[in-house]
Design a binder for this molecule. Structure first.
Ligand code: NAD
Length: 251
């Protein structure tokens, strides 16, 4: 549906899951796409598969972000689309959150997202679109997600103010809150497979549409928000969760 012809887009964490699917969609819609990630091997492999540019940059490392911005500036000049997608999920019950787990999750999901935006701002054109990938966890009390949820809620709060302050430059800032999406993120938690399967079945049962989202579901919404078709949308948040957010106690 969207047309991104001639637009230049950066996607953080574009070598896997939602970022990868969005890179594919942006490319199909005509954009020049740059993906980032932490591992040279994985970023390069994904960039080659997608036919896009790959740059290694850990979003929790501010000097790596400076290098990324410098490289994008030198090769592409300005940017039309910034998809702030990189993130991790490290579940733990309240009472068992270590300082390291706190710093890692906040450092990537919140601080990394904020400084990705802050540092790319000088490159963003008038009329550019920033899309921040949050989660419905920002508004739920789901067990084992306290710090993850807080990292996403903080990003949503930052995004609202950014939308106001960047409006004079016609830069739009929107947030996408997915429910459960089938990506490798869950396998990276270290949870045993049987536990992961039970967790997935329980989640799916709570989703009125009775399925997990696919990365392409999210990519379609992000591509729309990135496009000029969404030119009157800023400061908005979209739940994309198969109805999970409105699941009644009794159906
Ligand atoms: P994924 O693990 O497949 O992809 C995450 C991407 O982020 C990878 O490319 C990874 O390399 C990158 N990344 C992680 N840490 C990074 C860092 N420090 N610097 C640079 N890149 C880094 O997972 P996904 O499900 O596609 O996750 C994408 C985003 O979606 C995350 O922000 C996640 O919190 C959010 N999200 C996912 C779900 C879900 O159910 N999968 C639901 C809601 C929100």
């Amino acid at each position: 549906m969207s047309n991104l012809t001639g637009k230049t887009a950066v996607i953080t964490g574009g070598n896997s899951g939602i970022g990868y699917a969005t890179a594919k969609k942006f490319k199909a819609d005509g954009a020049n796409v740059i993906i980032t990630g932490r591992s040279l091997e994985r970023v390069q492999a994904a960039a080659d598969e997608l036919g896009v540019k790959g740059i290694v940059a850990d979003v929790s490392d501010l000097s790596a972000l400076d290098d990324l911005v410098e490289q994008v500036k030198n090769e592409y000049g300005q940017l039309d689309i910034l998809f702030v997608n990189a993130g991790i999920f490290a579940p733990a019950p309240v009472g068992q959150n270590s300082e390291e787990m706190f710093d890692t999750q906040m450092g990537i999901n919140f601080k990394g997202a904020v400084f990705t935006i802050e540092k790319f701002l000088p490159l963003l054109k008038e009329g550019a679109s920033i899309i921040n990938l949050s989660s419905i966890n920002a508004y739920t009390g789901m067990s084992n997600t306290a710090i993850y949820a807080a990292s996403k809620a903080a990003l949503n709060a930052y995004s609202r103010t950014a939308a106001t302050e960047l409006a004079p430059r016609k830069i739009r800032v929107n947030v996408v809150n997915p429910g459960p999406v089938s990506t490798p993120i869950f396998g990276k938690t270290g949870m045993p497979e049987a536990q992961l399967n039970d967790f997935a079945a329980a989640m799916q049962d709570r989703i009125p549409l009775k399925r997990f989202g696919q990365p392409e579901d999210i990519a379609n919404l992000v591509a729309f928000l990135a496009s000029d078709e969404a030119s009157f949308i800023t400061g908005a948040e979209y739940n994309i969760d198969g109805g999970m957010n409105v699941n009644p106690i009794l159906s």
